[in-house]
Design a protein around this ligand. Structure first.
Ligand code: AN7
Length: 365
């Protein structure tokens, strides 16, 4: 058989010492495209690349951390896993638990998760509990359950999640030949910015691998630029937000579990964490789909919205190499594509089944 990508645990085995000896539960996640974004590059005067994490097996970056979290849970003999989720974690946990032969329960904020993600959790056989409360309340309940009952918590407070998610940085450096100057990503519960920063740091120094010391691969680490949705921007505000709001439901989080680690990533990298409005998120969503050919869910577009915001403020260094992670697929939450820039619904044109009718509608002569 020709070579195919084997999933992040096998591809980066020597850099995942905590996974050594664990059974590998994988759906061959990772190995996602790093796509050159010509239009965005021209817009900001830099070399912009998009890391398209929506192309993971369940359609989001969560799969990188779920392969590791579920593998470690399997090694411990766990039979059941639990998570709180704004949607993508639950979809991923449900799929990987199924692969491992475990049961999965997910706690989601009622009415605040996208239909695609809800469908995935149900399709993969998870027990879905809709909680009368937001994500932060769900996470509190999940943590208490895992403390008192025989279930493994697979939220990003589980260290195995961060280990798996750091592999995205490895892939970027492997593709570019060195670390970028700047890395932009959306911030919700702040696990991902924590994981990327760890990955970049490990690749820029000699680190201990499973078979001994591994040489540095990168000559530098990037500035980490994180972006929260304006109605859910606790790190920017400097205090938890009791009633977070944003159309980007994936990052509708008021009290991120990895808050401190996100601040460390920002400060140690010389980066920034800023807020972007829902309107900016939707504008970036449209640029990605209509100008770059990349369909993402709204939360994912926060990275690009943030880059454009910093550019408008004159903060993007000319010619810099910049990677924006887009974290989830557009099909998760497709309704946003069906609205015009003015917020009105886009109605598809109807015609009779005649070539002339199509030609006339298309303005063909
Ligand atoms: C598409 O699924 O928190 O800052 O419960 O689904 O690591 O939390 C999702 C988060 C960005 C934020 N983009 O990442 C969950 C959940 C998408 C996401 C984030 C999420 P973190």
């Amino acid at each position: 058989m020709a070579h195919q990508w084997r999933g992040v645990i096998r591809e980066y085995a020597e850099r995942l010492p905590t996974l050594a000896g664990a059974p590998v539960v994988t759906l061959n996640e990772g190995g996602t495209p790093l796509i050159q974004a010509e239009r965005l590059s021209a817009m900001v005067g830099a070399q912009v690349w998009i890391k398209y994490e929506g192309l993971n097996p369940t359609g989001s970056f969560k799969d990188r951390g779920m392969t590791t979290a579920i593998s470690v849970a399997a090694q411990k003999g766990a039979k059941a896993v639990i998570c709180a989720s704004t949607g993508n974690t639950s979809a991923s946990a449900a799929a990987y638990a199924t692969k491992a032969g475990m049961t999965c329960a997910v706690l989601v904020p009622e009415g605040k998760i996208a239909m695609g993600k809800l469908s995935q959790a149900i399709a993969h056989g998870a027990t879905l509990l809709q909680v009368d409360g937001n994500f932060d309340a769900c996470l509190e309940v999940a943590r208490k359950l895992a403390e008192s009952y025989p279930v493994e918590l697979v939220n990003s407070v589980n260290p195995a999640r961060i280990e798996g998610q750091k592999t995205a940085s490895f892939e970027i450096v492997d593709a570019l030949g060195d670390a970028p100057d700047i890395h932009c990503l959306p911030v919700g519960n702040a696990g991902n910015i924590t994981a990327y920063w760890r990955g970049y740091r490990e690749y820029a120094t000699e680190t201990e691998g499973t078979g001994g010391p591994l040489p540095a691969v990168a000559t530098k680490t990037p500035q980490m630029w994180g972006f929260q949705a304006a109605g859910s921007a606790p790190i920017v505000a400097g205090h938890p937000i009791d009633d977070p709001e944003t159309i980007a439901t994936a990052i509708r989080i008021g009290n991120p579990a990895s808050w401190q680690q996100a601040e460390t990533a920002r400060d140690d990298s010389g980066g920034r964490i800023e807020a972007v409005s829902d309107a900016q998120i939707l504008a970036a969503h449209r640029i990605l789909s209509a100008e770059e050919g990349i369909f993402v869910e709204p939360a994912s577009a926060a990275s690009v919205a943030g880059l454009l915001q910093v550019h408008e403020a004159g903060g993007v260094p000319e010619g810099a190499t910049i990677v924006c992670t887009v974290t989830g697929h557009g099909l998760k939450d497709p309704q946003w594509a069906l609205r015009g820039a003015d917020g009105s619904d886009i109605e598809p044109v109807k015609i009779s089944a005649e070539a002339y009718a199509a030609a006339s509608e298309l303005g063909l002569q």
